[in-house]
Structure formats: C-alpha cells, structure tokens
Design a binder for this molecule. Structure first.
Ligand code: MOS
Length: 752
C-alpha cells in the first residue's frame, strides 16, 4: 500500500522513500541534452527520403535537381552507398528476432511504405529537407499485404524461435472434450489495431567525428552498448573507434531497444564524408519503425456452475515484417494465470508489408492479457458470477505452464486492496443497471501480469577524497527514474546525502549493461550498484583497519556504520575515521571497485517470477451525446519492494495512460489500396491527452520477494499497462451491455 511520506518511519535513508528525480532540474531547465541537441564543428545534416510505395523495387532515384540545390553535399541511396557488412549476423543486434535484419539502402527492394530510400546530406537541416523534397523515385510496384484479417490465412509457425520468448506450451488435458462438456462457455474474437510507441523525443543521432577518425555517437537508444556493437559490426570498425552516448532519453517504451535507422545512416554519412553528421527522423517517419503488431485473437473459455475454469483455448495471429519473424509471448498467459487442467494455446505469424514490429511496453502481455481478461469478463457474465469473484475462484498458486511455484505472488492482495479502494462492492451484477443522471455507469476490472526479470549487469563505484561517491554502469534512463533509484541505493550504502552521489549511465564506455528493457533495470542495475558499493565499503574498512592507531582495527563490517563520509563503530559514532583520512593514509586519490550482479540460474529454474496487478475502472457513457469517459481507475500493483514510491507511481500512471490509449484511442489505420499508413501524425493518430485522463489511483501492495536478487525488486515499467485496456472494455460492457471486442473502442463502434 502506498504510504504518505510522513508515515514512513524507517531508518534515515532514501530507498523506500518517495524521492524526487535527481535529473529533474536538468530536464526542466533544458540542461539535459538529448541526442539531436549536441553540436559539432562542421556538422552536416541528413534528411531521409521515404518510400511512397509499400512493396516492390526502386527502379531509379532521381536526385539531379536535389543535388543542384545550394548546400547539398551528397545523396546516399542503395545506388550510392558505402560498403557495409554482408552477413546478417553483423546486423543482428542484442534483441533482434530471427530473420534478415533490415539494412537501410541494402538493396532496391521495398518492404514497407516509408522505408528509407535516400539520405540527403547538406550544410543545414533546412537545405537537406528542402532538397529531399525534390528527390523522386520510380518504382516497380508489387501487390502489398497489410490486411491481417486477410493474411490470417497465410499464418505460419515461426521456424526459429526468438531468444527469451517461450513459444506456447504444449496442450494440457483435453480442451475439446472439456469445452464440449462444460455447462458455461464463451468463445470470441478480439482484434487489436497496430499501435505506435510515440515517445515525445523523436529519433535522432549526432555523430561527432574526432580528428583521429573516432566516432562519438549521441543516439536515442535504450542500450548504448547494443548500438555500439551493432555499428562496429555493420561498418567493420574496431570497437575502440566508436563510443555511444545516450545520457538522456525522452521516452522510448521499447522503440529504442533496437538500433535505429538514424544511427546507421548518420554513421554511414559520417564515415563517407569524414565529417560530423546528424540525422533526425520526422514524426511521420517515426511511424515507419517497429510497432505493437496487429493481432487477431480467439479465446474460448468454459467453466462449471461454480466458476471453476474447465477449458481454456487461446489462439493469436500477429503481424510481422516480410524479413524477420518478430515474436512475443501472447497466449502463454492464458495457460499460467489461472488454474485450469485443459488448455490449448497457439500463436502464429503473418507477413505484412511493414517494418518489423518492435517490443512496446509489456510486449505480448498487453495484447494477450487483453483478450484473456475480456474473455474472463464474458465468462463471468455467462456464469452470472461477479468478475472479481471469478478471478479469485480460479486463483493459481503455481504457474500453470511450468508447474513452478511463484517466487512471490501478492495478486490476492491486489484484488482485495484494489477492490476496497475502488469501491467494487457497490457494483451491481447486471449490465446497464447503474445509472447517474444521463450517464450509464460501468465498473470493470482485469488482472495484469508481466515477467519479473533480472539480467547480468556490472557496475562501478568510486569514492573520491572529498567523500563524494560516483556509481556507474552503461544503463539508460528512458524516463523511468534509473538515475534516481541508483542514487538512492548508493547513498544509503554509504549513509550519504543524495547530493553527494553522482550516477553515470548512458555511455557505452561504462561497465557492461544490456538494453534497458523488460522492466529488469531497477532490479539488475540496482543490484550491481549495491554490490559495487558493498565491495567498496569492504575495501574502505580494510584500509581503515590498517591505519595507525585505528579505532576500527578489530571492527567487522557488521559492527560499523557508514555515515556522512565516515566509518564509525555502530552505536559509538565517536570511534571512527573519515573516508578522507582513509584515502590519505592509503595515499590514494580515490577508491574504486567494480562488481557484477548475476541472476541465480538455479533459483530461476525452480520458481516462476512475475509482477501482478489488479485494475479497476469506472466508465460513464452518455448515450444521447455519445460521450464516453473514464473518470477514475485504480491500479493495485504487486511489484516486490518499491524503491521509490514517487517514480514507481509515475511508471504505473504512464502505463495506465498508455492502456487507456489502447482501449479508447490508439490505432494505426492503413489505406488498403496503397498499403500505406494513413494517420502518421498526431492529428489523426490519437494518443490520450490530459482531457482524456481522470483520476488514476495507484497502490502498491506489500509483497516480499527474495528469489530475484537481493533487492527484492521486480520492476514496474510495464505492469501498469497490462490489464488496463481490458478493465476499461469490461467496464464499458457493464455500463452499456454492449461488447466491443476490437480496440480501440471508439464511439462509432459503441453506438453502431
Ligand atoms: Mo521495453 S518494451 O522492453 O522497453
């Protein structure tokens, strides 16, 4: 449960306390620099020309007029392109799905509309953009495929599975028989429109070329080391010749997990022209990137009169690109979340003329759990059982797919505390039975679930003579609060005020860290920083013991406290030494340690680890005016230990807002004649705005986690979105009696 700041009575320290973002002042004063804000002497500017067609090949790029424009330096395209790596392997980044990764200008082939076909490089951005408008192309157009409904017939089981994504488990029991025999059953199709990540900061890369030819690449990415290794491989550069910096990232939600085309093209131009180059994408071009895929799902559920699940079937077909088999865990949730002996789950892909989809906030779960949780609501209605009660009756103490116990699962607390906070008991069972004034009122709920993952991370801790502490790892802060939680952990380790701690992340030159994704950063980077600090304290104490007449000569780590730049006997603050004296006595300018956090594979093999949520939404529908609103929503989250209730709450708020967008607004619309996305702008692709958002109440339930690393943290970047769309859709059914299964639920569908 969230406690108000005053109620927190733990030892002085920052972990567990609502703490303001340490990078906040830099961001609100504009001093935090983003990738496209760095300057360099002689900087050239690249502007991308995008394909007008969705499938076929480029016959010719006509660039003469553009080349005549003042300030134009060179125009790159498949016809004029420096050499790059030939093997797919070099283009496969750390999170690439199986297949043949996209290579900008790799050939004349067109796989999707808005695919980059040329890069105009000029002395100014305006000159590049102006000249780009004069570049034309002739195409041979072939039949495109962008309609998943039609392509569902071509769906295939991806031959190569994506690393880290479990394919659907084998069937359990006998679904068909159990479904046939069951007294209560439902079966329905759920359709999801493609969604786009839409981070506020658009992609941009500034490549600063040093005199020695080495490249300093400022890039919008969730993984500086991923981009660095990729660029080195693609361009055959020694790793020492390239450094990637992503100090601040203006939102990403997964879109910056894989190296972006702006990075490839900026480095390509910089190497060829031997100068510094910046490439930025337009908002329209942001819609040419990976996205949350189109999805068609069928869920069939059956239960006894008591509501106990007897049969579960979940089938999903997801879009992917012509060249890669992008995969998510979509249907697996239906085999693990509730106890059921008869399950049948299947997942297939269909190729579409789009870029490869890309992980977007809780990829797979957001889509699959929507269908499952909407279907559970339909089953509850069919059985005449309260939807929350149905979840509780089917609560599972083990992961149904693996039969492993959970390392922790406080989902029951989410149900109870969330329901109490929301006032769920005021809900009347029948749809259309609650009304206030001109509005129909609906209460809906859903369960959310997401993986709790940890990954290997190395961190460094450095203590300087003035008592300041620096901790570092090549992590990223994509707006999640990474800077802040790492500062909290480090400050507590040494008993320092936050201002005495500097966190360095967002630089490939720092200690090893994978991409910031999967909600694993807080637990993993946090653990590595805490280990590095512990090691550094050991070193400091060992040196303190050896000092002449040291009051700590016999002191063990458990007997001392680190506070305010001193090590002293616990309970006798007078008997101690200052860290500055320790450094002086050792004749050192600073003390330094590096440590690695490694997930305990044995524990991981024995337990299933997930974060959970219970989402409760109220909707109000004025049928006469055609107005639908969500005045309030409660998200009760079990995410292990909460390091910072303030940034944690923000993560859940963001996830809920994105879930509201999924439920009610967001939808990529294709022109099926041209194969092109029609609404690649904010006028027509609707993300929620302030006016769309009512009261969002976030609460964290008490959950003790001790198998996932010593911090007990699960990660919160993604759990907030899962379940939200279903809770809203279910509330709309409860308000109106109308079930809309394809998202977003726009008024035309509701009134139609
Ligand atoms: Mo997340 S979709 O792994 O950024």
């Amino acid at each position: 449960m969230v406690m108000p700041p005053t109620a927190i009575s733990q030892a002085p320290g920052f972990v567990g306390r609502p703490t303001r973002r340490v990078d906040g002042p830099l961001k609100v004063t504009g001093r935090a620099k983003y990738a496209a804000e760095y300057d360099a002497p002689g900087l050239a500017y690249g502007y991308i020309v995008s394909s007008a067609v969705a499938a076929g090949r480029v016959l010719a790029i006509e660039a003469d007029a553009a080349l005549q424009m003042p300030g134009v330096i060179r125009i790159f395209s498949h016809a004029d392109r420096p050499a790059t790596a030939t093997a797919d392997k070099a283009w496969q980044d750390e999170v690439a799905p199986p297949g043949h990764p996209f290579r900008p200008f790799g050939s004349d082939e067109i796989h999707f509309a808005l695919q980059p076909i040329a890069l105009v490089v000029a002395e100014t951005y305006e000159a590049a953009r102006d000249a780009a408008s004069l570049v034309t192309a002739r195409y041979e157009v072939t039949q495109h495929r962008v309609d998943l409904k039609r392509e569902r017939a071509t769906a295939y089981d991806p031959p190569e599975k994506r690393a880290g994504i479990p394919p659907p488990p084998a069937p359990r029991g006998d679904f068909a028989q159990a479904y046939a025999d069951a007294p209560v059953k439902i079966s329905a199709d759920y359709v999801l429109a493609p969604e786009y990540h839409n981070p506020m900061e658009m992609f941009g890369t500034t490549v600063v070329r040093n005199d020695d030819g080495k490249l300093l690449v400022f890039d919008k990415t969730q993984g500086s080391q991923n981009v660095k290794a990729y660029l080195a491989g693609v361009f055959g550069l020694p790793e020492g010749d390239i450094r990637v910096v992503n100090a601040y990232v203006g939102g990403a939600f997964g879109t910056a997990l894989r190296p972006n085309m702006s990075a490839v093209l900026a480095v390509m131009a910089s190497l060829a022209l031997e100068r510094s180059v910046r490439v930025t994408l337009t908002r329209e071009q942001m819609f040419a990137l990976g996205y949350r895929p189109h999805m068609e799902q069928t869920v069939s559920l059956a239960c006894g009169r008591d509501g106990k699940l007897l049969a579960v079937h979940h089938d999903a077909v997801s879009g992917t690109s012509p060249f890669e088999d992008y995969q998510e865990a979509v249907v697996n949730w239906s085999g693990m979340l509730y106890a059921c002996a008869n399950t049948k789950l299947s997942y297939a892909l269909a190729k579409l003329n789009t870029n490869t989809p890309c992980d977007m906030r809780a990829p797979g779960a957001t889509s699959g759990v929507y269908a499952l949780e909407a279907a559970m609501d339909e089953l509850a209605h069919a059985a005449g059982i309260d939807p929350l009660e149905l979840r509780i009756r089917n609560f599972s103490e083990r992961d149904g797919n693996t039969d492993k116990p959970y390392s922790s699962k406080a989902l029951m607390l989410c149900y109870r505390e969330g329901a109490a906070r929301f006032g769920w008991s005021r809900r009347q069972l029948a749809p259309r039975s609650m009304r206030e004034g001109n509005e129909l009122v609906g209460f809906g709920m859903a369960t959310g679930v997401w993986e709790a993952m940890v990954v290997p991370v190395t961190a460094k801790a450095i203590l300087s003579a003035d008592g300041a502490l620096e901790v570092s790892t090549a992590s990223s802060d994509i707006g999640t609060g990474t800077y802040t939680i790492l500062a909290q952990i480090a400050a507590d380790a040494f008993g320092l005020p936050l201002e005495r701690v500097t966190v360095r992340i967002g630089d490939s030159a720092l200690s090893a860290h994978p991409v910031e994704g999967g909600s694993w950063t807080a637990a993993s980077a946090g653990a590595s920083v805490s280990l590095a600090c512990a090691k550094l304290k050991e070193q400091a104490l060992a040196r303190a013991r050896r000092m002449t007449n040291s009051p700590l000569a016999q002191a063990a780590m458990e007997e001392v406290a680190f506070t305010d730049g001193r090590i002293a006997l616990a309970g006798d603050a007078g008997r101690g030494v200052s860290l500055a004296d320790v450094l002086r006595a050792s004749d050192l300018g600073h003390l330094e340690e590096e440590a690695s956090f490694t997930p305990d594979e044995k524990l991981a093999g024995r337990y299933a680890s997930y974060s959970h949520a219970a989402v409760f939404a109220e909707v109000r529908v004025d049928e006469e005016l055609g107005v639908l609103r969500v005045p309030r929503l409660v998200s009760a989250v079990a995410g292990g230990k909460i390091l910072n209730p303030k940034t944690a709450r923000s993560q859940i708020l963001g996830g809920v807002v994105m879930g509201l967008g999924m439920a009610l607004h967001e939808e990529g619309l294709f022109d099926h004649d041209l194969g092109r996305l029609m609404n690649h702008n904010y006028a027509e692709y609707h993300v929620p705005v302030n006016a769309d958002i009512g009261d969002i109440d976030v609460l964290f339930v008490d959950e003790h986690e001790d198998k996932l690393g010593h911090l007990g943290v699960k990660g919160l970047g993604e759990i907030g979105i899962v379940g939200t769309a279903a809770a809203v859709a279910n509330a709309i059914f409860h308000a109106t009696g109308k079930r809309v299964r394809d998202l977003p639920i726009t008024l035309d569908k509701l009134l139609g």
